[in-house]
Design a binder for this molecule. Sequence first.
Ligand SMILES: Cc1cc2nc3c(=O)[nH]c(=O)nc-3n(C[C@H](O)[C@H](O)[C@H](O)COP(=O)(O)OP(=O)(O)OC[C@H]3O[C@@H](n4cnc5c(N)ncnc54)[C@H](O)[C@@H]3O)c2cc1C
Ligand code: FES
Length: 360
Amino acid sequence: MNFFVPIIIIGVLLLITVLLLVIDTLIGNDADHTVTINDEQVIHVNAADTLLNTLNNEKIFLPSACGGKATCGACKFKLIDGGPEMSPVEAPLLSPEEQENNVRLACQTKVRSSMKIEVMRELLNAQEYSAKVTAIEDLTYDIKLVRLELIEPRTMDFKPGQYAQIRVPGMEIERAYSIASNPKHNNIIEFIIRLVPKGKATTFVHKALENNDDITITGPYGDFFLQEDSSRDIICIAGGSGKAPIRSILQVLKDQNMPRKVRYFFGARTQDDLYMTDEFKALEQEFPNFEYIPALSHADDDETWDGEKGLITEVVAKYYNDLSNQEAYLCGSPGMIDACIDVLTDKDLDESHIFYDKFS
Ligand SMILES: Cc1cc2nc3c(=O)[nH]c(=O)nc-3n(C[C@H](O)[C@H](O)[C@H](O)COP(=O)(O)OP(=O)(O)OC[C@H]3O[C@@H](n4cnc5c(N)ncnc54)[C@H](O)[C@@H]3O)c2cc1C
Ligand code: FES
């Protein structure tokens, strides 16, 4: 092959890339466009960027658990007027009803022309916080507790069960972590973070983050939180780091003297994956209304374990015949949650009383 052919191909590709960038910039800049939010706030835009980034620049923080990768579907908004057509990557994350109603993903919508949008009012409460790490503790071989003190603003008002997003320094990415602490201590935010092999944010947290480091978080986010005006008995199911939001919920119920009957099922593989057992056993001692049931899925040969064995779904199914008067809070991997929902609905718990956060 002629020596110059690969060089010519690379040259042509570079030229096309530069041309595309120039066209992109020109198209993006040729109009002085605006984004009108909820018919109230108007922001002026002079560079083509995603709506998510455009809003972020204006200190409006839509949830973006996947960091803009179009996998979480958290950054939804309603397009009222203007804006580009829906891109193919958005559709899988939007139900037919949402698509019909012009619901879109902010991370996939480029602001190339003026548009009017509607954003749920509660989402506009999220803020950016500077914080300092005040403790990092090993809970298991792959799970750490991270405690932050908020510096500016000094307090975050969140509901038990909601999450915040940690910004990973130097990487321009954010990841969602449920708040594991008590909302009444609104200057302190605790997270329970499991190391995901090769994961960007969790490798940073587990290998680089240290006491006294400064860190930025945004929040609060999420519609998974304790339904405080309900009086139904509660069933909580969590696995791995899914203990985080349940802990926050239980701390609030504890402060209210555990007014509702609560059973908390925690699924782990082996005893090495259990943590905070003393904390929940102490709660059990204090309140007859509360029961903590850890269950191990890989404990067949473990003679030192006299607790529940089996998949968490099997254990839950064993405890109940009829769940129609209960309310469920589920947290963990998408697979675990889907399996739990099947078990709960099979036992007559209506889906409207099942609340969950999938750690996807
Ligand atoms: C609402 C919400 C709340 C969350 N709360 C918590 C929490 O309290 N504690 C916590 O530890 N995590 C929580 N997560 C998960 C968290 O946001 C990150 O997805 C996770 O920590 C991985 O981030 P990463 O940057 O390290 O991995 P990435 O760099 O994003 O991913 C690296 C690779 O790992 C895969 N991967 C990503 N996440 C997981 C996972 N959880 N298990 C297995 N493989 C994975 C990815 O597909 C990818 O291939 C929550 C997620 C959501 C949506
Ligand atoms: S930020 Fe996750 S889909 Fe948009």
